[in-house]
Design a protein around this ligand. Structure first.
Ligand SMILES: C[S@@+](CC[C@H](N)C(=O)[O-])C[C@H]1O[C@@H](n2cnc3c(N)ncnc32)[C@H](O)[C@@H]1O
Length: 214
């Protein structure tokens, strides 16, 4: 499938079942997001600029992040972003393809991306990690859900929404470590996040600190 077609499927695929994916009354302690925000908060000072890639409707991750940080959420689904603006008024939102964005170098102290990179065209993912590294400040953190095992495919009636279609393409964990370290970050740890009979990998990586000349 061509990259453009995959993005159209994913964008429209989240416009339609946005509420089926995450209702407005999603609790803050839904799944493990609160734990992940706590881990981030151990490494990133309150008030820091944080980017949330593929923020969806903002529940619960962007909302939790926005209680501590100055958050910018990006999502290319119009419905998801409209909901996010309503549900998380403290954060800033951009309705855009993150792979087409150009932030200034060293803009963010942390970048998070939960369950989003796995939807992006595989051939564009190595360049995405190069961009993320550029946008992070020295010592900045990347916390991202990536593939555990490689898989590319589509699913009809995604989330039981009639006519819904969704697409994924992701590499395996070792490939992500290679891409992320190749972009200049150090991978501190990986954690398997189970989902049904399989699961994903949570990556915690960091940009090196500025070297002080001796
Ligand atoms: C599975 S949802 C995850 C939402 C949220 N991060 C969470 O964990 O609840 C994936 C989101 O990524 C967005 N997305 C996928 N590819 C994107 C891209 N290239 N640019 C911006 N948003 C993208 C989709 O529109 C969707 O809202």
């Amino acid at each position: 499938m061509k990259a453009k077609e995959q993005k159209r499927i994913v964008r429209e695929g989240y416009d339609r079942p946005s509420y089926a994916y995450r209702p407005d009354d999603t609790p803050d302690d839904y799944e493990r997001y609160a734990d992940w925000v706590e881990i981030l908060a151990d490494h990133v000072p309150d008030g820091s600029p944080v980017l949330d890639i593929g923020c969806g409707c903002g529940l619960p991750a962007t909302k939790l992040l926005a209680t501590r940080f100055d958050v910018t959420g990006v999502d290319f689904s119009r419905v998801q972003i409209e909901r996010a603006r309503r549900l998380v008024p403290r954060a800033h939102f951009l309705c855009a393809d993150v792979q087409a964005l150009a932030f200034d170098p060293e803009t963010f102290d942390a970048i998070v991306s939960f369950y989003t990179i796995i939807h992006m065209p595989l051939e564009e993912q190595p360049a995405l990690f190069m961009n993320l590294t550029r946008w992070l400040r020295p010592s900045g953190i990347l916390m991202a859900i990536v593939g555990h095992r490689a898989w590319t495919g589509t699913e009809e009636s995604y989330l039981d929404v009639e006519g819904g279609l969704m697409a994924w393409s992701h590499a395996d964990e070792d490939t992500y470590v290679r891409w992320i370290e190749g972009s200049g970050l150090h991978v501190h740890w990986l954690e398997f996040v189970p989902e049904g009979e399989s699961g994903h990998t949570l990556v915690f990586a960091q940009k090196p600190a500025v070297e002080v000349a001796s």
